[in-house]
Ligand binder design. Structure first.
Ligand code: CA
Length: 355
């Protein structure tokens, strides 16, 4: 009875706080900081489409202004912007915050980890959503998926990689956790600003680099100077993110909360579909315009060394215990089942098709 009373009081309080009348006369104006520079093709379209839909669905009562990195000058400062409430929202990628909190790493993609369909299943139904809120809640923020690039290519190489020896001392632009994995097998990972990548590869400051996939790589021009395009291993399903300040979210009328959540999810879906389409179409044009480009796959001994190095590093994280161990356990248990299903469904289907 006491429990029922409490529940009823809670329901009344909630309906008072968010009565529909509230939203009718309320005008809300938010600001979003994106990690990307102005016009960063597929990525920049995501927050803009979301903001456009929020405006339409709210009849112009809820507007979101977007500041690109060219304006706010701090591509990797957006985590703090939203956590502190300086901006209500951001569009970025969770793995950029690994230095602040290792638990943020697991929500973008993992080297040799889940493919997009597997990972999306984990996030929405396999406990990912709850774990992400647990991690980001500590910083006064909400996490939402922000669009997937799909499987990223392993990168552009000037020389072929035929053995582990070929990786020794190889200077490659490959940031983050995948870079740590590569360092463990003998390569020399570096991080270079996007604007300097072409020159670095052309002049031999680096021997190889990874960027994204055909759709985003073409304009960078790497195909003109590095003929070997390796298939991916390090970012099988890169999911971008929206960050939302918790207090700002709670202050929204319920109607606007729903509008915002649906607009974010729709924009994320749109990007995943567009990435796939653009990669297919642009890869076809690269093949025609640059016939010297050759697609390569790392040999089994390299793949096996990368797998061992990844597992060792993940085991080190797991030993930290707490939420880190909880996230790793959740991903491991689910992805085992998900991969079995992938193997007898999509993989079996593709393997059975004749060319
Ligand atoms: Ca990449």
């Amino acid at each position: 009875m006491k429990k029922l009373l409490t529940l009823m009081m809670f329901a009344m309080a909630t309906s008072l706080l968010s009565s529909p009348a509230d939203a009718q006369d309320q005008k809300v104006r938010w600001r979003l900081a994106e990690t990307w520079p102005t016009n960063f093709s597929l990525f920049s379209e995501v927050p803009r489409r979301m903001a456009e839909n929020v405006k339409k669905m709210s009849g112009g009562r809820f507007t979101i202004i977007i500041d690109s990195a060219n304006k706010h000058k701090s591509p990797l400062g957006v985590f703090d912007f939203v956590s502190s409430g300086q901006y209500q929202m951001a569009h970025s990628a969770s793995y950029y915050w690994k230095g602040k909190d290792i638990n943020t790493l697991f929500f973008t993609t993992m080297p040799l980890g889940m493919i997009e369909a597997e990972q999306t299943g984990w996030y929405y139904f396999g406990g990912g959503k709850e774990l992400a809120q647990k991690v980001y809640g500590q910083y006064g923020m909400r996490y939402y998926p922000g669009g997937n690039t799909g499987n990223q290519m392993g990168g552009w190489f000037k020389k072929e990689i035929n053995s582990i020896e070929d990786l020794q001392g190889l200077q490659m632009r490959i940031p983050g956790f995948a870079g740590e994995v590569l360092a463990k097998v003998g390569a020399k990972p570096t991080n270079i600003a996007p604007g300097e990548l072409y020159t670095a590869l052309e002049r031999g400051t680096i021997d190889a680099l990874e960027w994204i996939g055909p759709a985003m790589d073409l304009d960078m021009g790497f195909q003109k100077i590095a003929p070997y395009y390796y298939t991916g291993w390090h970012e099988p399903a890169t999911e971008l993110q929206f960050l939302v300040n918790e207090k700002a979210f709670q202050a929204l009328p319920e109607e606007f909360q729903a509008i915002l959540e649906i607009a974010m999810q729709e924009a994320a879906f749109e990007m995943a579909a567009e990435s796939y389409y653009e990669n297919a179409v642009i890869w076809d044009s690269i093949k025609q315009d640059y016939p010297e480009v050759q697609v390569k796959t790392f040999p089994p001994e390299v793949m096996s060394a990368l797998k061992t190095a990844t597992e060792e590093l993940v085991n080190e994280f797991e030993a930290k215990g707490g939420i880190t161990a909880e996230i790793i356990k959740s991903q491991r248990e689910y992805s085992k089942k998900a991969r079995e299903w992938t193997n007898i469904s999509d993989k079996a289907y593709l393997n059975n098709l004749s060319e």
